[in-house]
Design a protein around this ligand. Sequence first.
Ligand code: NDP
Length: 327
Amino acid sequence: MFKGILIEKDDGGYRAALTDISEDSLPEGDVTLDVSYSTLNYKDGLAITGASPVVRSFPMVPGVDLVGTVQDSRDPEFKVGDQVLLNGWGVGEVHWGGLAQKARLQGRWLIPLPSAFTPAQAMAIGTAGYTAMLSVIALEKHGVTPDKGEILVTGANGGVGSFAIALLARLGYAVVASTGRVAESDYLKQLGAAEIIDRATLSEPGRPLAKERWAGAIDSVGSHTLANICASTRYRGTVAACGLAQGMEFPGSVAPFILRGVTLAGIDSVNRPREDRLEAWARLASDLDQSLLPLISHEIGLSEVLEVAPQILAGKVRGRVVVNLAR
Ligand code: NDP
């Protein structure tokens, strides 16, 4: 038996509980892991509370990220004792995820834990940091270099936002951070933000085109915020859209795309090909200032997950939550 969070949905309703799970009930897969660390992402908060239909198969162990040690493997690429890392691939949604002490997964979903990081550090980064890195790479691939001008990061106090600021600032970009929590400005400045703006300036319906300001943007918020960012992005700038914290809709206009040549770059981390994952994690190893990790993240035990999950949805959690499966 091992401990884990199990989500069930039946006539008794939708519920998540910390429980003892039998190893026999692990799903199909060619690699079995002892999970050491996982995380609590926004999506895990949705899954655990049932606030949005993230979980598509029941019962489900949530947790879209994990680091573990291979206990058993039928995949030639991984042998017993290897430390591996997983982000996404529908884990925690359609296949049992990281918020349990054991996991059985497909070997092709796994990458080796980068030697630059301990398991806890890799989970401090997690899907949020990996998605921020994918977003930075997207800006670079569209020619947004530091000399082009200011980069806007929205959802700044969140996981993706925090890493986007830290990565961009380290690479020499001038970063403007948009947040609903301006009281956390000191934190955002420590990450490298040059200026903080109130997210209320972006969240209401705006004009199709506004004064050009941003050379690029990383947006984890969506909705009117994304539309307003596009409207104020400079000629041939790029906006990396990776989230929906404000909303799923995109109430915008094509004007920025057809009149200013703005690029809207969609960022998906879940089904991302393995080469892109290896590239992003290699870049995290080289470009992230690891001394910021204790500032961005804090650790909780598996036993605290159910209590913290709703706080993430309420926007009360700053940065990243690392989950230690041993406690
Ligand atoms: P967090 O909960 O850590 O951060 C979200 C942040 O968004 C909050 O901290 C808050 O920042 C801001 N925010 C919350 N509610 C609103 C609102 N109503 N209007 C405007 N801003 C708001 O989540 P993550 O950083 O982990 O994820 C951010 C988003 O990105 C989520 O929507 C998530 O689903 C998505 N995501 C997508 C991925 C992909 O593959 N495309 C991968 C990972 C995440 P502040 O307090 O500073 O305003």
